[in-house]
Ligand binder design. Structure first.
Ligand code: AMP
Length: 174
């Protein structure tokens, strides 16, 4: 996945000062890198009987969609509040300043389904911890793994998932 690592662009001070933003758009725009990334994830999960790939708004949708297609799985959307039209479960979580929340339709997952959870970047881990909790608190589905394009090791995001015994896979680490 060296090609993926090379294709990720650093944007200093975005969206605010002090944040080094990992811009994945060049990796998506590169036809070779994008295909390699989806092929590698397909190879990793093809024998795991994945029923649903759940993507986190918004950049998580990109990978989740292509991956659901190649795995022959359904695609589940985890979205910011107020975006999903049907009845939802909601999980509120703490940000550096204030709170945020995400939602999932109440009928998105079925008992016993194997779910793969996907987002672009694992940073502090707050978002993924909330998404895992949203699924585990409301459904009797099995989270096979959570997959990221990028993990920022120094932010120790995976520590937020300790105690959930959910497995984490990152394609590249910085
Ligand atoms: P987290 O801090 O792990 O809750 O990250 C929240 C979300 O913000 C992730 O889904 C990422 O898409 C995004 N994010 C956070 N930090 C960065 C960063 N340094 N570069 C790119 N995306 C980021």
């Amino acid at each position: 996945m060296e090609a993926l690592k090379q294709a990720i662009r650093d944007i200093p001070d975005f969206p605010k000062e002090g944040i080094l933003f990992k811009d994945i758009t060049p990796a998506l725009e590169d036809r070779v890198v994008f295909r390699k990334m989806i092929d590698a994830l397909r190879a990793r999960y093809k024998d795991q009987k994945i029923d649903a790939v759940a993507g986190i708004e918004a950049r998580g949708f990109v990978m989740a969609s292509a991956l659901a297609y190649v795995l022959g799985a359904g695609l589940v959307l985890i979205r910011k509040p107020g975006k999903l039209p049907y009845q939802t479960h909601r999980k509120t979580y703490a940000l550096e300043y204030g709170t945020d929340a995400m939602e999932i339709h109440v009928d998105s997952l079925k008992t016993g389904q194997n779910v793969l959870l996907v987002d672009d970047v694992l940073a502090t881990g707050g978002t993924i911890a909330a998404a895992v909790d949203l699924i585990q608190s409301n459904f009797k589905a099995n989270i096979v793994e959570v997959a990221f394009m990028v993990e920022l090791d120094f932010l120790k995001g995976r520590e937020k998932l300790k105690g959930t015994n959910v497995l984490i896979h990152s394609m590249v680490n910085f």
